[in-house]
Design a protein around this ligand. Sequence first.
Ligand SMILES: NC(=O)c1ccc[n+]([C@@H]2O[C@H](COP(=O)([O-])OP(=O)(O)OC[C@H]3O[C@@H](n4cnc5c(N)ncnc54)[C@H](O)[C@@H]3O)[C@@H](O)[C@H]2O)c1
Length: 323
Amino acid sequence: MMDKVRIGIIGTGYIGNVHGRIYARNPRAEISALFDIIPERAELAAKSIGGRVCRSREELLENCDAVLVCTPNRTHKEIALAALDAGRHVFCEKPFAIGIEDAATLRDAADRSGRVFQVGHNRRFANVYQKLRSLIDEDKPHSAHIKMNRGELLNPSWTGDVEVTGGFLYETTIHLFDMMRFQFGEIEELVAYGSQHEYPELDEFSVIFKFRSGFHCTFASSSDASWHFPFERIEVFCHHRTIITEEMERLFDSRGTDANFETYAYHMVEKEERWGYSTEDDEFLSAVIDSHPPLVTAHDGFKSVELVESVYSAIRTGEKIRF
Ligand SMILES: NC(=O)c1ccc[n+]([C@@H]2O[C@H](COP(=O)([O-])OP(=O)(O)OC[C@H]3O[C@@H](n4cnc5c(N)ncnc54)[C@H](O)[C@@H]3O)[C@@H](O)[C@H]2O)c1
């Protein structure tokens, strides 16, 4: 049985280094190979996290057991398919793919491969969202109001280029589309409105979701709302109870008919853990070493892409979408 997983990282920019630093400290992992189309970036990363700097993707694939796909959005499908073809386990950053067709192709290849395929929806592992899920499990949520804003689409520079991102919803909003399924289950229908202001694409969204359970929620997402805290918030309404999350920092739980509430604060937790990255990376190793399915599957990746595409389609056609 494998007890140490040799990790290869494709794309050694911001998030490639986040995962690289975490795996470099994990005794069950070894950073074995790095590849970036800008070789200086891989060389710089190697200085802090180690690993052989590869001159090609093929060289990287020959020198690892598992591949982290940490390149910009549009490249994920092709790189992840090449890694699966080479027989490697794959951790693919979000978004899983761009468009339903590519998402279905990648999901089917992942299912056929017999390898672990995990998608980078790190928020599922964040303290605040784990806590929300445990509170919801003990109660029955009725409805919610969700916000997922960004301050800009300028950094990294490709985040404003729809040819690379696939559209604003594929950037940060997709994290909370996945989060809705994680917290509230499968979605039955949606209506959506969108408009265009700061960037050359739809950049402002209002959506209403209805779930199979009868639960329903409103969802707002803006690309240019400033970075006002909390840019990300879920307010859940239950029987005489409101539970509110504020980014990955805090959760408030107010019960009963007076105004008292309990606060759970996570701001003292290291960001890598608070945002769920350390746990998601460790869970990926467990899935590879113990040969079990990952906690965020290719199917989950496909469903998040399906939600993004459905919202764009609802806005284009003005029609309600039923799943
Ligand atoms: N889960 C999260 O919280 C989170 C956070 C940030 C980014 N991301 C996702 O991770 C991905 C990377 O984002 P980032 O912020 O690290 O971007 P980045 O621009 O900082 O890094 C991307 C790196 O990939 C390299 N690259 C581009 N095309 C390549 C190719 N074909 N082969 C090899 N290397 C290539 C670039 O040179 C660059 O170094 C994006 O899809 C983004 O959506 C996820």
